[in-house]
Design a protein around this ligand. Structure first.
Ligand code: RAM
Length: 504
């Protein structure tokens, strides 16, 4: 696959690579986990007293979620070791992953994402350092075998956590509401752990720069860490390595060198425009906005070209919107196009660019939405040939501002009452639902909803917010099994943004 590479942009991105902050953490307790729940916890001081032989295991709890590198110091007890130690490491972002069985996994994504490792150690005492980076709170160590003549003792365990930011730099949300306070903290931790060389989507999986995730992380970052350069770096990465037709790819690999993934997502490419506008507004960095305007403009042109003769975005535009299986994306994608045109017009005007073409297309695209995607009897938007009704379609049309505020309020009320089967499964889509309430001026409803959705995740024990969360099906996964889900996922970090920006 050919790419469009702009070396000057990639050099700018490289120069902005952050120096990671490192912090050492030690386990806080030894725990027993059954069926995904911690059932027993004991002092970590016991660890050094334990001798582990064939089949023995111990589970360590670090007390919070961290991203980084593990080191173990081990010595042997008994006779001189006459066989190597064969040891298994299993990392869990949450307790459930420790008891889930990876052998049973047969889903759509590679099993290699499950955080397990097997090593041999021949000589003791040994300092064992795992070279791979892990995302975890829990670590289960199993001595698969030593020999009948010796056992091992773990003297010391440490985890070097890394992030592009210092936790304390994120500030805090001032409130007397304990749940909101906790939600802010969990969001901040999620963001911190996803902020690495780039804004990653999730430090367990996929560990790379996705543009939909970046958009929400950047917004949360502006209210917290304010690491503008990391956003700038990511913008230059997306602009510096694109698909052959000029489209911004859905995600970027940065190692061993910058490489855009073959995946194109209609909505994600358009979001380059809003990320650039948000970045400009937050940082005031006009030079970057000006330099990247042409790329943003091109995304709008590509977005506009995916409409049919009626001016409606085609059904197979390649939009993502949500991981809800069976979701028809047409109306939602059409909403994203209108939304992005509005953002592009704002950005262009700020930069003194000619946006008359986009203004004309905006009018036409809104008209097409009203004429072909709106069902006046239902007072809802419908999507695709089968006229599917979904949360995603309504939410994006509200955010697009197709109708006035009062009608938008009615749409959301009607949606909630109908509660269509095509609901929302990702915090990403749920974020947009909350934003739709805010867009309609319904702050109370927005706050209640954040509390019920992210608050429920907190009650379910989240140290960091998850990639997927459906309160009606807590093991929801589009990948065939929740063991592969990510439990620290960037696109779920937005309560800190919403609370600090709209409820301070
Ligand atoms: C998930 C990724 C990322 C998202 C894509 C569409 O698999 O982890 O968060 O942007 O889906």
């Amino acid at each position: 696959m050919k790419h469009l590479v702009n070396e000057a942009f990639l050099q700018k991105a490289a120069a902005l690579k952050p120096q990671l902050v490192e912090k050492i953490h030690e386990p806080k307790a030894m725990v027993e986990i059954k069926k995904g729940k911690v059932v027993k916890s004991q002092s970590i001081d016991q660890l050094g007293q334990m001798q582990l032989g064939k089949g023995d295991k111990v589970c360590l709890d670090f007390g919070n979620h961290y991203v980084g590198y593990l080191t173990l110091h081990i010595h042997s007890e008994g006779e001189h070791p006459d066989a190597p130690l064969f040891m298994k490491f299993k990392f869990g972002e949450n307790a459930q992953e420790i008891t889930d069985c990876s052998e049973d996994y047969n889903g759509g994504l590679s099993r290699s994402w499950i955080q397990e490792e097997w090593i041999h150690v021949d000589v003791f005492p040994a300092v064992v350092q795992l070279s791979r980076r892990y995302a975890m709170r829990f670590l289960e160590l199993t001595a698969i075998d030593t020999s009948p003549h010796y056992k091992i003792v773990i003297d010391h365990v440490e985890f070097k956590a890394v992030s592009a930011v210092e936790e304390s730099a994120g500030g805090s949300y001032v409130t007397t509401d304990a749940l909101l306070q906790k939600m802010d903290q969990v969001s901040l931790k999620t963001l911190e752990d996803c902020m690495q060389d780039v804004f990653e989507d999730g430090p367990k999986r996929d560990r790379r720069l996705w543009i939909g995730d970046l958009r929400l992380e950047a917004l949360a970052n502006y209210e917290t860490f304010r690491h503008y350069d990391l956003v700038k770096r990511c913008l230059y990465l997306f602009a510096g390595c694109r698909h052959e037709n000029g489209a911004v790819g859905a995600c970027i690999f940065t190692e061993p060198k910058v490489f855009v993934d073959f995946i194109y997502m209609y909505d994600y490419a358009l979001f380059f425009v809003s990320i650039l506008l948000d970045y400009y507004k937050a940082s005031g960095d006009e030079a970057t906005a000006r330099e990247l305007w042409a790329v943003a403009r091109e995304q709008l042109m590509i977005g506009l070209s995916a409409r049919d003769e009626r001016g409606v975005v085609i059904e197979d535009s390649g939009a993502f919107l949500d991981w809800k299986l069976g979701l028809n994306k047409q109306a939602g994608a059409h909403g994203v196009l209108i939304y992005s045109l509005r953002q592009g017009i704002k950005l262009g005007k700020l930069l003194g660019e000619d946006v008359s073409l986009f203004e004309e297309e905006l009018v036409k695209t809104i008209r097409a939405a009203k004429e072909y995607l709106w069902d006046p009897s239902l007072k809802l938007f419908v999507s695709g040939k089968e006229k599917q009704i979904s949360y995603a379609s309504q939410v994006w049309m509200v955010l697009a501002g197709v109708w006035d505020q009062k009608t938008n309020q009615e749409i959301l009320a009607c949606l909630v009452q109908l509660d269509p089967e095509m609901n929302m499964v990702t915090p990403y889509m749920n974020h947009h639902f909350v934003m739709a309430y805010l867009e309609c001026g319904q702050k109370d409803k927005a706050l209640d909803y954040i509390k019920s959705y992210w608050g429920e995740m907190v009650k379910d024990g989240a140290d960091t917010f998850w990639e997927l969360y459906n309160p009606k099906n807590k093991k929801e996964s589009p990948y065939g099994s929740s063991i592969i889900n990510s439990y620290c996922h960037a696109w779920s970090c937005t309560p800190t943004y919403i609370l600090r920006k709209f409820f301070s």
